[in-house]
Design a protein around this ligand. Structure first.
Ligand code: SF4
Length: 251
């Protein structure tokens, strides 16, 4: 298990670019509830979830850094041309709040008149505090990886549990629409784990269970250990409805 880090501090891969972007999807009707949006992908994450579906957005390598040249300029040029045509921007990753310039980046997008949806793993509550305080984010989706006692095991890094708790409470008190969500992984999660998740987010507005899909993942060995195991999403949803107002399943 490695230490959870804000990767901007990693020695060895210093980047000359303010934001590390892998690219953007020009238009999405599903990433941002109720909005026509574009989705921008940041690179680098301080978790190592073995079930991560975007492994290419997790590790920051010298090659990856080199390929980001002009990414931010290209993205803002695109947005400039979409003023009045797109409603919003989804910022996802990787872990967007691990970017050292994430706040000015969001501020710039908001200044252009777009709504912002931020995806986060909740490891940097200080960033959430700032963007909520300054009204920079209009919707937040926070991953809940597991019950708090299994967080480090699930994300394969040493997790500061207080930071996760703080991000959850900041999100619930933010006054903006939000959702919590868990990718449910047979071989990692059991139905009993959701009692721990319910304890963490009791009273929340919305929670989504995301079905684990058999595709490229960060640690392919997980596929072996998950073989033959299942988690009944309907049963889990029923369990979670005792703690959360709206519970949905995404397949
Ligand atoms: S699933 Fe999310 S939090 Fe986990 S490693 Fe991938 S990008 Fe990071």
């Amino acid at each position: 298990m490695t230490e959870a880090r804000v990767y901007e501090l990693d020695a060895g891969y210093p980047s000359p670019f303010p934001m590390l972007l892998a690219g953007f999807q020009k238009m999405t009707l599903i990433d941002y509830p109720g909005k026509i949006a574009t989705t921008v992908f940041t690179v680098g994450c301080n978790f190592r979830c073995p079930f991560c579906h975007n492994p290419e957005l997790v590790e920051l390598t010298p090659d990856a850094v080199a390929s980001f040249k002009d990414g931010e300029k290209t993205f803002f040029d695109f947005l400039e041309n979409r003023k009045g045509k797109l409603d919003g921007v989804c910022i996802t990753g990787g872990e967007p709040t691990a970017q050292k310039d994430i706040v000015p980046f969001i501020r710039k997008i908001k200044k252009m008149g777009f709504s912002v949806k931020l995806d986060s793993n909740g490891t940097r509550p200080e960033i959430l505090e700032e963007v909520f305080r300054d009204g920079l984010v209009d919707y937040i989706a926070m991953d809940i990886k597991n019950g708090i006692d299994r967080y480090s095991e699930t994300t394969r890094v040493s997790v500061d549990e207080d930071k996760i708790r703080k991000s959850i409470s900041l999100t619930m008190e933010s006054g903006i629409p939000y959702e919590f969500r868990t990718t449910v992984v047979p071989g990692i999660h059991t139905e009993a784990d959701f009692d721990g998740i319910a304890t963490l987010i009791r009273g929340a507005r919305a929670y989504y269970l995301q079905e684990f899909r058999d595709m490229t993942i960060l640690d392919p060995r997980l596929k072996e250990s998950a073989k033959g195991k299942t988690v009944d999403l309907e049963k889990v949803a029923e369990r979670m409805r005792k703690a959360v107002k709206v519970v949905g399943i995404r397949k």
